[in-house]
Design a protein around this ligand. Structure first.
Ligand code: NAP
Length: 253
């Protein structure tokens, strides 16, 4: 009997997730016929016990999305440097009887940029979960990072913790890590003249931040691309194979 390797995405709700389509396209492209990927809707009060039960049911790992990313970090037996520093995990690996937490949102953001941010100035808008990952990722990649947040105290605290600047200042790379675009609201973009605009919010149509970037002549990185790149990193972590990024992108839209 061939053994089947199971993976899934843990969230609540998780019905909207593009990850199953993206991962199944990758398995097909790579000829990984014995790998499967499922939606795993799990409420917060059942999260820890569910994760503990997955390895015994043939699961090799899982993606983790809203609202479980911090809980995934907390319950892990081991953590990557990224998961540890960000305080949240989007990827779990079950190996050697242990639950290992990783965060591929951070390298996924760097992978999606048109060139290395090394030595560039970067402004991250937002100090929530996505903002934390973006600040850490850009700092690790050698950018000179500042963070702004609507609630200014949160930006100051994050800047102190990560050893970056806080406040609003023009930068070569501007990253929207707020939920504006998904929710109502406006951002203080006036006067920023970035060469690269990154919007973590993903939508089928271009978001307001993406349109603003394009109108100002910036190279625009869409939220969907970051979704693809974090998924590619997770797939590589589980399977040890090089992710077929083009096939994954085609399946994600
Ligand atoms: P979160 O922890 O709830 O943080 C929300 C952030 O948005 C906070 O900084 C908040 O500021 C800010 N915000 C909300 N409404 C605002 C408004 N009207 N004006 C200005 N700022 C506002 O959420 P998150 O987990 O960081 O996620 C943020 C976004 O990133 C979501 O849209 C999520 O889907 C996206 N995301 C995308 C990817 C990807 O792969 N593409 C990965 C991760 C996250 P306050 O502190 O002032 O409330």
């Amino acid at each position: 009997v061939p053994s089947v390797h199971l993976l899934g995405v843990l969230g609540f709700p998780v019905g909207h997730s593009r990850s199953p389509a993206m991962m199944r396209a990758a398995f097909a492209e790579l000829g990984l016929d014995d790998w499967r990927y499922f939606k795993l809707p799990v409420p917060p009060e059942r999260f820890a016990e569910t994760v503990r039960a997955l390895p015994g049911s043939g699961y090799r790992g899982a993606n983790v999305t809203i609202p479980h990313k911090v809980a995934a970090h907390d319950l892990a037996d081991e953590r990557s440097d990224a998961a540890e520093a960000i305080g949240a995990a989007n990827t779990l690996v079950f190996e050697g009887g242990k639950v290992v937490a990783d965060n591929t949102d951070a390298p996924g953001l760097i992978d999606s940029l048109p060139r290395s941010p090394q030595g560039q100035t970067a402004l991250v808008l937002g100090a929530g979960g996505a903002g934390r990952a973006a600040v850490w990722a850009l700092r690790e990649a050698g950018a000179d990072v500042a963070v702004w947040n609507r609630t200014a105290d949160k930006a100051r605290e994050l800047a102190d913790e990560m050893g970056v600047r806080h406040g609003l200042a023009p930068a070569e790379i501007v990253v929207n890590a707020t939920s504006v675009g998904l929710t109502e609201g406006t951002l203080p973009l006036e006067g920023l003249e970035p060469a690269i605009v990154v919007d973590l919010v993903y939508a089928a149509e271009p978001t307001a931040v993406e349109r603003w970037g394009a109108e100002h002549g910036a190279e625009v990185v869409r939220g969907l691309e970051i979704l693809v790149r974090q998924g590619a990193r997770s797939l590589e972590r589980w399977t040890g194979r090089t992710a077929p990024v083009d096939a994954m992108r085609a399946a994600a839209v």
